[in-house]
Design a protein around this ligand. Sequence first.
Ligand SMILES: [Zn+2]
Length: 218
Amino acid sequence: MNNFMLKRSRATDALRAVYSVIYPNKCLFCRRVMDDKQAFVCLNCEFEITSDEHYVENLNWLYIPYVYGDEVQHVVHRFKYGGAKALAKPMARAIYSRFPDVYGDFLLPVPLHPNRQRDRGFNQASELALELSLLLKIPAMDGLSRLRDTEKQFHLSREQRASNLADAIGVKQGFDVVGKRIILVDDVFTTGSTAVECAKVLKSAGATHVDLIAFARA
Ligand SMILES: [Zn+2]
């Protein structure tokens, strides 16, 4: 199984170091400077944009601290498109502070299609999984693949989304999920379809339990 360990790039470590020097302790969302050096989200934002939804079909439990809105959108946009890979650390911290007791056999990022990963240079879900792995002391693995590129999901109906994703995700050959308790990781749980499809694939491959950690839900 060690072949499937998710590895951190050196560039990420360098960015992390730079990030921690340049930025004072600001709220991840409103960017107000906080007195509490350990906090990642100010009390106001924590109160305003908290999500308490924990259940969706095919996933056993959702660990999602925030609801998607302007504040979350800014953070996720910077994370995805602004090259701000180092945001994975405070985002993971914010998740961990809400859900420190997550447990399972391993973390598994929702895969990005190789074409899109090449364009962006990284999979944001993998970056989050690596940071969460350090905090939760659960190994992060790289065991799912995108078999073909899927259309952008948001303009499709629920049925179209499901058929669009059918057979688009697979468990990597040799990656053993039988009897495992797996925690999927994604940045945003939008329509739910991609993570749900991953859960279906994992369960039909023998996983007994599939949860999801995401930073925010739509
Ligand atoms: Zn704030």
